[in-house]
Design a binder for this molecule. Structure first.
Ligand code: FE
Length: 226
């Protein structure tokens, strides 16, 4: 039995061959590397596949202490950004899970208030739902941004079905929350007064809830790797 590591999310698979698809992040088989040897005494690394012509390089005469550290080549514009420190801090201090809790906490409350105020015609509760929806809409750009930073930092921006679904859900929640918030500001009576568009209003609320739940479910999979 060998051990295979997903190079996107770090999931470890035990078996003779790697899985067709990473069960955590959805990365294909080709993204798995054999890490069985890492537990045994490390053999000398194999020579590079591309043979380099031997060049007689003169030894560097300058003392090591004075040598300027060689900067690694920038891997992507993201890694070379002057906002690098901020991006690192955001991931290290769990910026995405923290920001996600703001709309994820308010969103179900907003929908609950919308349903209750529709059932019992409670205008104050409809107002509360509007304010909650406004905060959801305002915080979603921050959630998308922190999610993008985490995706780049932790998963090198790998494009697998899990990340595509998470990004799509994030965009759906952002667009629907802004749409519903503006709708409530323009026509607050949509909740409590029966009108043709009310069913569409409720349906969009449910779509938003489903998208938020799906994004959270995949986020849990990536964090807890099961
Ligand atoms: Fe993975």
């Amino acid at each position: 039995m060998k051990k295979w590591k997903c190079t996107v999310c770090g999931y470890i698979h035990t078996g003779d061959v790697p899985p067709d698809k990473c069960p955590v992040c959805g990365a294909p088989k080709s993204k798995f590397i054999d890490v069985s040897e890492l537990e045994a005494p490390a053999p000398k690394p194999a020579p590079a596949a591309v043979s380099e012509p031997e060049v007689d390089v003169p030894e560097a005469p300058e003392p090591a202490a004075a040598a300027k550290p060689v900067e690694p080549e920038p891997v992507s514009p993201f890694k070379d950004s002057r906002y690098r420190t901020m991006f690192d801090m955001m991931t290290r201090f769990h910026g995405h899970p923290i920001t996600v809790h703001i709309p994820n906490g308010l969103l179900p409350v907003s929908i609950l208030f919308i349903l209750l105020s529709a059932l019992f015609t409670i205008k104050g509760m409809a107002n509360a739902a509007t304010y909650n929806m406004g905060v959801v809409a305002l915080t979603m750009p921050l959630v998308l941004f922190s999610g993008w930073v985490d995706w780049q930092n932790r998963f090198s921006g790998a494009i697998t079905n899990v990340f595509i679904v998470k990004i799509a859900c994030g965009i759906i929640v952002t667009v629907t929350s802004w749409f519903l918030f503006i709708w409530l500001l323009v026509n607050p009576a949509v909740i409590t007064t029966p009108q043709p568009s009310r069913v569409a209003f409720f349906m969009i609320n449910l779509i938003m809830l489903g998208a938020a739940g799906t994004a959270g479910w995949y986020g849990g999979k990536l964090v807890f790797r099961d």
